[in-house]
Design a protein around this ligand. Structure first.
Ligand SMILES: [Zn+2]
Length: 409
């Protein structure tokens, strides 16, 4: 298997020569990357090697005695190579339907919704946000009171990171020396990004193009840091790359099933670290003062946010229609405003995200729901310690979206 894993890593690096977003992280042997740059294999050549690798994997299926981890490793490699073939075919101009694409790249299909599915939440929001103007304008006026001032951004974010880290370390054993740095950047299609460097280090970038609201501090610190992307990458490097010598985990192809687990666990990790029952009190006591904001009205605001969160699948529907060419960019932005409660600027940013990352959008909300169902069926929804244990196991294992049980449909 180690030889097949090495061929997989080299294939991912080769495809990265044709797609600047594809190799999200790589900390394996540097000469493999240099070799990929020097050879610059063609897309048809990469596909031929992927077909050969799949055949070799098919001939190397582990028997039942090898145990669950060996089976998961084999399934993981197979699915990752299949998704690499799908991405390579897209780079050669193949167009897939939204569901077909997400199935091929992320091993999952998002459920479909119509406008009517969001009506009851929108009606409830109408009651919560009285006043003049459109619903999204009223939501924006409420949010405007909760913007973190630019000068307080880093202090607020550091307070959130400190809390996310200590809550995570109380349950998950991270190796000594893990750490990350935070940078503030502009002109990006995303709001935050974790660039894993290997050696238990991450670079986390926070995009300051648009106002950052106080509730985003905990969300970003958990999602990008602990117990989200940084913790996930650190645990994979420790448990699989270093302890077992599984080189396939030293590369992270962004458009692959691994991303559903990464984004889903990063979003679910927010609730693991800060259950709703504890979060608001912590925000009022620590995060609001760090941001220099008055916590008056925080209860109402977080109530509205919980409702807006129930509109997350509206984003998938906007992406589905837009990427299948049934609506244009401005109609997609309008859809996000009307059914997803995105401000106009944020809606435009999200359409740029769709241009760049396409059906990747499902990884956040469907991924979170799939991870939640998996953890809670494994550990029970109510016992925090058991949930953390199951969560830590997921973050250290080669499990695929289809292995979480339930396709997401
Ligand atoms: Zn993420």
């Amino acid at each position: 298997m180690n030889g097949l894993a090495e061929r997989y890593v080299k294939l991912v690096l080769a495809l990265g020569q044709h797609d600047a977003d594809y190799v999200d992280a790589y900390y394996g042997p540097p000469e493999w990357r240099k070799d990929a740059e020097a050879r610059r294999r063609s897309l048809p050549d990469i596909d031929r090697e992927a077909v050969a690798l799949l055949a070799a994997l098919g001939a190397a299926t582990p028997d039942a005695l090898a145990g669950e981890l060996a089976a998961l490793r084999h399934q993981y490699l197979t699915k990752q190579v299949e998704s690499l073939r799908a991405r390579a075919s897209m780079l050669r101009g193949k167009r897939l339907g939204f569901d077909e694409e997400s199935k091929a790249l992320y091993d999952a299909v998002a459920p479909r919704h119509t406008e009517a599915d969001f009506d009851s939440v929108l009606k409830e929001l109408e009651g919560r946000l009285p006043g003049q103007g459109s619903l999204v304008d009223r939501f924006d006026r409420l949010r405007a009171r909760f913007v973190i001032p630019k000068g307080r951004l880093d202090a607020t974010f550091q307070a959130a990171i400190g809390a996310c880290r200590s809550r995570t370390l109380a349950h998950l054993a991270l190796p000594p020396g893990e750490s990350f740095t935070v940078e503030y950047v502009t002109n990006k299609s995303w709001s935050g990004y974790n660039w894993y460097q290997g050696g238990y280090r991450s670079l986390i970038q926070v995009n300051t193009d648009l106002p950052i609201y106080v509730d985003r501090a905990i969300d970003l610190a958990c999602h990008e840091g602990y117990p989200g992307h940084h913790a996930y990458n650190v645990l994979l490097e420790k448990a699989l790359v270093r302890d077992r010598g599984w080189v396939e985990y030293s590369v992270y192809p962004l458009f692959s099933p691994q991303s559903l687990i990464a984004e889903g666990s990063a979003n679910y990790g927010i609730e693991i670290a800060f259950p709703a029952s504890e979060r608001l009190a912590f925000e009022r006591e620590v995060i609001f003062p760090a941001a220099g904001l008055e916590p008056a009205g925080a209860d109402d605001y977080y109530g509205v946010l919980a409702l807006v969160d129930r509109l997350s699948y509206a984003g998938n529907e906007a992406a589905r229609q837009y990427l299948e060419g049934r609506i244009d960019a401005s109609a997609a932005a309008k859809w996000l405003e009307r059914y997803g409660m995105y401000s106009p600027m944020r809606a435009q940013q999200r359409v740029r995200f769709m241009d760049q990352y396409r059906s990747y959008v499902i990884n956040y909300n469907l991924g979170k729901d799939m991870v939640a169902r998996y953890i809670e069926s494994d550990a029970g929804a109510t016992d925090p310690a058991r949930r953390w244990l199951a969560f830590g196991r997921l973050l250290s294992s080669p499990r695929l979206p289809s292995g979480l049980g339930g396709s997401g449909q």
